[in-house]
Write a protein that binds this ligand. Structure first.
Ligand code: FAD
Length: 506
């Protein structure tokens, strides 16, 4: 029997990552073609990833040094949130870290209850007490030593990178893995009369047929949206941001330290991402058009940067996702399937989840849409779960601008999140709160945000269950000691990047 065939439409991060992933998974048993239009181009934002990217890159066979060199990557150890709880008051600013490393375990017992039972006015911030990553990131150290195993190290990490260079690298790797590359514009789609696609047409290559079409055409959603009309579920009732003003700012000098966390600074109507890339900082002012005009957003960004010698481009987006992401013989991956907002860098996480699911559920015989219902259930549940996690960042704020007040309004909080928040008043987030297969974030990610935002979990009624406070205290002291040691042992972040690039040694 002839093997099955796949056409991917779109050559951004989603198109090339999916093509490379499937080529690696199918090892030549399925023919894979990718059509992209260099004229239309890619969105070119998305400079932050999540730790899952390490396993994905390893799987598709890109070694870490090559990735750092070719995608212009730096290390990311989490996200630091400035001014989310309170607006800055003079020099007083609130900040907390959401590190990637889970909280330290004190032997067999979780230390979280012991932290919760400490005096709220005198205990150290949650992330500082629970992990050494807080100290490592504050000292602008990398998460690993050069020479440590590929994609491995003592601390969980992801990367920041140049989105265009990442797509180029993934293209090169996908072609190495046997993906056929076509350049041309998709000019039309012939339906198959059964709710799917018979052929696509392109200016340069005529009619192209396949068993499965993967729509990676970005916000244009050429196949899943324009052709098949899969309905879009807006998340606007919960997540208000819908525009970003993005730019690049060069460093003051070539040896300037590079932050190894994304900084997310709240402003009156949204937040600003600040990402330390190799040659420049990537910045974006994310905002709600219902609360802030484009002009005001530009002023906020200029205020943050401290000058106006940069060009920024506006990127509109509608937070939400397709209710059916796999329709007939077409499956959407990336922006065509949905996008919530840039907070916590979930774009690539969703691409990785979709690509892995397609690889594993792909039918080598029988109806090509056999996995569609399951795929749709799992992907929409994943989008809904991410919506809850993102909303958590906003709904605990005590800021008083209209954007923040609207975000705290009970009607804007998804029911599932409201139910969990009510429970978390009396116990911390637990692994049993979440269904692993549809979650991008775990209980500890929720804990970092919740307690970073000074949410109160009252465990006083269970104090006698946590009687070994002295032992817990010794663990907290050890974590502080390990943190000091790690800062001394780990290389400075820029030096680590240079080392991996094959430049100056760390
Ligand atoms: P695109 O990059 O838009 O690619 C679409 C492709 O389809 C292009 O190759 C285009 O040429 C092609 N195409 C379209 N129409 C046609 C046609 N008719 N014929 C032929 N080809 C066509 N994600 C993260 O993980 N981390 C982040 O920090 C992050 N930040 C973001 C910030 C903003 C403001 C936005 C909007 C998104 C962000 N994302 C982030 C999401 C991330 O950018 C995307 O998930 C990722 O870039 C994938 O995009 P894509 O490949 O789906 O679409």
């Amino acid at each position: 029997m002839e093997g099955r065939s796949i056409i991917v439409v779109g050559g951004g991060t989603s198109g090339w990552l999916t093509a490379a992933y499937l080529a690696r998974a199918f090892e030549g048993r399925v023919s894979i073609t990718l059509l992209e239009s260099p004229g239309i181009g890619i969105i070119g934002v998305g400079e932050g990833a999540f730790p899952t990217i390490r396993e994905t890159l390893r799987y598709i066979g890109i070694d870490e040094a090559r990735f750092v060199r070719q995608a212009g990557a730096t290390f990311k150890q989490g996200v630091r949130f400035d001014d989310w709880l309170h607006a800055p008051a003079g020099k007083r600013r609130h900040r907390y870290l959401h590190p990637f490393e889970p909280p330290f375990h004190g032997g067999e017992a979780s230390l979280v209850p012991y932290w919760l039972l400490k005096d709220a006015d005198n205990r150290p911030p949650f992330a500082e007490a629970m992990t050494i990553q807080n100290r490592v990131a504050e000292a602008a150290r990398g998460p690993k030593r050069p020479g440590e195993g590929e994609y491995d190290g003592p601390l969980a990490y992801a990367y920041h990178f140049d989105a265009h260079r990442l797509a180029d690298l993934l293209r090169t790797r996908a072609i190495e893995l046997g993906v056929r590359h076509l350049e041309g514009v998709l000019t039309g789609v012939e339906p198959d009369g059964a709710g799917g696609i018979a052929r696509i047409h392109s200016d340069a290559h005529g009619a192209l047929a396949a068993d499965l079409f993967v729509d990676c055409s970005g916000f244009r959603a050429e196949l899943i949206g324009r052709t098949l009309g899969a309905s879009f579920r807006s998340a606007k009732a919960h997540l208000f941001t819908d525009r970003a003003l993005a730019c690049k700012i060069p460093y003051d000098h070539p040896d300037a330290p590079i932050e190894s966390v994304t900084t997310a600074t709240a402003h009156e109507g949204g937040w600003i991402w600040d990402i330390g890339l190799q040659g420049a900082r990537g910045l974006g002012c994310v905002f709600s058009s219902a609360h802030v005009s484009d002009g005001r957003a530009a002023e906020i960004l200029r205020g943050y940067v401290g000058h106006d010698r940069f060009n920024a481009r506006i990127i509109p987006f509608e937070p939400g996702y397709r209710e059916t992401q796999w329709v007939g013989n077409c499956v959407a991956v990336g922006l065509s399937g949905g996008f919530l907002e840039p907070l916590e860098s979930t774009g690539i996480v969703l691409i990785e989840a979709a690509a892995a699911m397609i690889a594993e559920l792909f039918p080598f015989g029988g109806p090509i849409d056999a996995p569609a219902a399951r795929f749709n259930t799992l992907m929409t549940a994943r989008y809904a779960a991410i919506t809850n996690f993102l909303k958590l960042h906003y709904c605990l704020s005590r800021r008083d601008e209209p954007f923040w007040r609207d975000n705290v309004a009970a009607a804007s909080i998804p029911d599932a999140l409201a139910t969990l928040l009510a429970q978390w008043r009396h116990r911390p987030p637990s692994r049993f709160d979440f269904t692993v297969d549809v979650e991008s974030f775990a209980w500890f990610n929720y804990q970092y945000v919740l307690y970073g935002m000074e949410f109160e979990t009252d465990l006083s009624g269970a104090r006698d269950r946590f009687g070994d406070a002295e032992r817990a205290e010794r663990w907290f002291e050890r974590i502080r000691g390990f943190g000091r040691q790690a800062v001394a042992d780990l290389p400075e972040h820029r030096a680590l990047v240079r080392q991996l690039e094959g430049g100056v040694s760390a």
